[in-house]
Design a protein around this ligand. Structure first.
Ligand code: GLU
Length: 295
């Protein structure tokens, strides 16, 4: 008999959960239940500069309130730096990693200059940020080592061109309408992201490196998350392939939009689940608001 499917809800504790998170959590939970699968919770606090303990506590309280039982222990990224280091070491041994010292502002300035010189727009990544121009790819290792030793902030980047040479055409399996309906094969386009960041001076792993490492370690077979992460799947498939990690299948669910049609986000004042509960809404009300039927 095939092993039970493994689902996970993987919030970043950078703020309280809102309705969009509730949709992800409820879908993961319900789909796991419908398929006789397992439902895990992962706290994505790898970025210690943004994660906060009080948000972890409120996430756990909100999931309890929603009545979503997850398996224990809960994996917390901040406790697993060694796992990310191990994957980074493997990428480094393949010659696919290099240090970069340009800040985001400096990258923007460099790209402005390139655009002014060429009269052409510089490519943007799927998140709309200018693609890193690769200027430090050939920095002499001794120079980089000296700058790191001197305490300069740095990021470790993936050499996208070299990584792509190691793989054939990449695809992923997307179930647009849930796992009961037929899947589609999606062509991945990791090159659109350029030389993505894998780790930083203060972060043991970027989102991309952490998520593929964790999904593999936790045996995740079914990734259910918001459509905002659909383009990131291209990078995940590249890293999974280069690192020889198992390939999950994906369902990217539609996002809940504000009444003005924009993605929900805390900065736009969207209501935290806690505030909805304080207003007297029940978990079933939240299910309905999140676009799922009542339980
Ligand atoms: N931690 C990510 C977020 O809160 C989700 C990661 C994922 O599901 O792959 O947006």
């Amino acid at each position: 008999m095939a092993a039970a499917p493994v689902f996970r809800f993987a919030p970043s504790p950078n703020g309280p959960l809102h309705l969009g998170h509730a949709r992800s959590a409820l879908l993961n939970h319900d789909m796991a239940r419908a398929m006789g699968g397992r439902f895990r919770l992962r706290i994505e606090d790898v970025d210690g500069t943004r994660a906060r303990a009080e948000h972890v506590a409120s996430i756990l309280a909100d999931l309890d309130w929603l009545g979503l039982a997850y398996e224990r222990p809960v994996r917390r990224q901040s406790e697993h730096s060694a796992d990310y280091r191990a994957q980074l070491d493997r990428l480094q041994a393949m010659g696919l990693v290099y240090p970069s010292f340009l800040s985001r502002t400096a990258i923007k300035a460099a790209v402005d200059r390139l655009e002014a010189a060429s009269g052409q727009p510089w490519p943007r990544d799927p998140d709309g940020a200018p693609v890193y121009p690769g200027t430090e790819r050939d920095l002499a290792p001794t120079v980089a080592t000296t700058r790191i030793a001197a305490g300069e902030p740095f990021s470790l980047r993936l050499d996208m061109v070299e990584a792509l040479k190691r793989v054939g055409p990449l695809t992923w399996t997307e179930y647009p309408d849930g796992f009961a309906a037929p899947p589609k094969t999606i062509a991945a386009d990791p090159a659109a992201w350029g030389d993505v960041i894998l780790a930083g001076k203060f972060t043991p792993a970027s989102y991309h490196l952490a998520v593929v490492t964790d999904d593999a370690i936790e045996g995740v077979t079914h990734v259910v998350r918001g459509h905002d992460l659909y383009p990131a799947t291209s990078v995940h498939r590249l890293l999974q392939t280069v690192l020889d990690l198992p390939e999950p299948v994906y369902h990217h669910h539609s996002l809940i939009l504000d009444t003005d049609g924009r993605k929900l986000s805390k900065s736009r004042g969207s209501r935290a689940l806690r505030a909805l509960a304080d207003d007297g809404l029940t978990p079933d009300d939240v299910r309905r608001l999140a676009g799922l039927g009542g339980s």
